[in-house]
Design a binder for this molecule. Structure first.
Ligand SMILES: Cc1ncc(COP(=O)(O)O)c(C=O)c1O
Length: 349
């Protein structure tokens, strides 16, 4: 039987041989008690790669974003963010339920919040006369809901400048920070320089089994460490996970360009089958949003039909969109199989 091609997410990537070897020989300290040397090495490497002074190993990107809000933003303050931000739509409202803050979603274009609207709503932090102050500006790059779009460096710089003028901190949800960096052809630190804190996931295209890093100033990370404990995120013998994370950062970043190439191959192939499905020019990284709204069947039916042809895909956006994500286990030959499956699916409807 031919292998299933899983395009639901880059989180399905399995650890590499080098990761498994590094995990087998990793240190086994109790990180939540007195620390683990491999975790410290991973944190130092993450800080270095993002140009920050310190970093903290966390179980997930969701916890990293939540802790960033907890540390930066006073209770009752507003978190200004693009309306489709993962933290707003897919993290179960933690910023309100657990951090006591108020999301202020702004419309955006390709994941970049409208700068003029931002200028209108931004306030000094603290309690205003009739409105809460801005506790944090939250950015996301690459942007999941915007089809893996990358925030332009000029946008980041403009937001940073505005934030500085109001004394407001900036956090970047960089779950796929290295995809953004590879797409822009810059080091991750060039993106992260515009934020007070940044997080990224080891568990997505970088192929580590689990874990995310939150990076920022030393005093920020010190408080974040306390919140990690509060949220139950202190982990014990995680030298093995950290060892995989180090391999992820050392060996798996540059190859993300391959995932971007397969995403482009997929988008161009789909557009040649039916131009209404996707605009290849909108595909900047490893995410392909397919618009099936003009097709006779909805996104869920597409996903079911593809599954019967050995391809797994996610249905989104009120049944009008499929999200296809390329990663290490999807090579150009697999993309040809996907295109063949879509061709037969279109022919049968
Ligand atoms: C943009 C973005 N932020 C945060 C997360 C959350 O990461 P995790 O699944 O590790 O909690 C994701 C996960 O898909 C994401 O795409």
């Amino acid at each position: 039987m031919t292998d299933v091609i899983d395009l639901r997410s880059d989180t399905v990537t399995r650890p590499t041989r080098a990761m498994l070897d590094a995990m087998a020989s990793a240190t086994q300290g109790d990180d939540a008690r007195d620390g683990d040397p491999t975790v410290r090495d991973l944190e130092a490497l993450a800080a270095f790669r993002t140009g920050k002074a310190a970093a903290l190993f966390l179980p997930s990107g969701t916890m990293a974003n939540l802790i960033a809000v907890l540390v930066h933003a006073p209770r009752g303050s507003e978190i200004v963010m693009e309306a489709g931000s993962h933290t707003l739509v897919s993290e179960v409202g933690g910023l309100s339920a657990l951090a006591g803050t108020l999301p202020r979603p702004l419309p955006g274009r390709r994941g970049a919040m409208d700068y003029d609207r931002l200028r209108e709503v931004i306030r000094r932090p603290g309690i205003g006369r009739d409105r809460a102050g801005t506790g944090l500006i939250h950015l996301e790059t690459s942007h999941n809901q915007a089809g893996g779009a990358v925030l332009p460096l000029a946008h980041l710089a403009a937001v940073r400048d505005l934030a500085d003028r109001h004394g407001v901190p900036v956090h970047i949800d960089g779950a796929r920070l290295f995809n953004a960096a590879v797409a822009l052809g810059v080091e991750a630190a060039v993106i992260a320089q515009h934020a007070d804190s940044v997080c990224f996931c080891l568990s997505k295209g970088l192929s580590a089994p689990a874990g995310s890093m939150l990076c920022g100033r030393e005093d920020f990370i010190e408080i974040a460490r306390g919140y990690r404990r509060m949220l139950g995120g202190g982990m014990r013998q995680i030298g093995a996970l950290a060892a995989a994370g180090i391999v992820a950062l050392e060996q798996m970043v540059d190859r993300l360009a391959d995932d971007h190439a397969t995403a482009r191959q997929l988008a161009e192939g789909l557009a040649s089958l039916d131009p209404a499905l996707v605009d290849p020019a909108a595909v900047e990284t490893n995410l392909v949003r397919v618009d099936v709204s003009r097709s006779p069947i909805d996104a869920q039916a597409w996903a079911t039909a593809l599954a019967s042809r050995g391809i797994r895909a996610g249905a989104y956006g009120d049944a009008r969109q499929l999200r296809l994500v390329t990663h290490r286990h999807v090579d150009p030959a697999a993309i040809e199989r996907v295109l063949e499956a879509v061709r037969s699916l279109l022919a049968s409807h």
